[in-house]
Design a protein around this ligand. Structure first.
Ligand code: ADP
Ligand code: MG
Length: 220
């Protein structure tokens, strides 16, 4: 299944979740009525503030499972970066940013910025100087901005490690550790992965607090 196909969303309705009426209306407008299995398993816990290790195959709706909790906590009047999502590639970062923008309430004017390698730092630093609520990017480039102090994470409350297995495969373990060091200790950490190798478990143990595991077995 490709990521653009609609996943099976046969779980409970989103309306049972503690989400603002405007968020529920927006979900309905997007055609999201019922949750996918990973959303049904992880959203109640993540919305309650728990750290989460969630594993489900590609195309199962993992983005909304972390986007809705980070958006629920977001204060659009504050221009501090309040959520950071680490992704393995530019393409995935752009997809995640797009989905977060769709899920945000229009009236909140949530600013989502992507920061990936392969382009010059200076325009990205200029965008950061204008303020962003959510940053989505690849570990190396995020670390570059943290080292230059063009990105400051003092106001961060949610850290997401998306596609954790792929980030480890691509050799990002040290960069991720360095980024996590710059995040406030008081935060919610959400880890999403399509597979669950040992490296992911180890990373979770290092960076997460009393994390709840949510695993969905593949049905054959
Ligand atoms: P994953 O990260 O698990 O690979 P995505 O978050 O990219 O999956 O979601 C795959 C597709 O499913 C996206 O196009 C997304 O808009 C859509 N989608 C997600 N959740 C739902 C839902 N509850 N109902 C309908 N479509 C959904
Ligand atoms: Mg994904």
């Amino acid at each position: 299944m490709t990521e653009s196909q609609t996943p099976v969303a046969a779980g409970p309705e989103f309306s049972g979740l503690p989400l603002a009426p405007a968020v529920l209306a927006n979900l309905q407008r997007l055609g999201y009525e019922r949750m996918t299995p990973i959303q049904a398993a992880s959203l109640p816990l993540a919305l309650a503030g728990r750290d989460l290790i969630a594993q489900a195959k590609t195309g199962s709706g993992k983005t909304a499972a972390f986007a809705l909790p980070l958006l629920a906590k977001l204060d659009p009047r504050s221009f501090a970066v309040q959520a950071l999502v680490l992704c393995p590639t530019r393409e995935l970062a752009e997809q995640v940013a797009q989905e977060i923008r769709r899920l945000a309430r229009a009236e909140d004017n949530v600013k989502v910025l992507t920061l990936c390698g392969g382009t010059t730092l200076r325009p990205q630093a200029a965008s950061l100087a204008h303020g962003a609520h959510v940053v989505v990017g690849t570990p190396g480039r995020i670390l570059d901005h943290l080292s230059r102090e063009t990105l400051v994470l003092d106001g961060l409350n949610t850290l997401v490690l998306d596609e954790a297995d792929r980030m480890l495969d691509m050799g990002f373990a040290d960069d991720i550790a360095a980024v996590v060091k710059r995040c406030p200790a008081e935060r919610q950490t959400l880890l999403f992965s399509a597979t669950y190798p040992d490296g992911v478990t180890k990373m979770a143990r290092r960076f997460m607090r009393d994390a709840q595991e949510v695993k969905l077995a593949e049905r054959h």
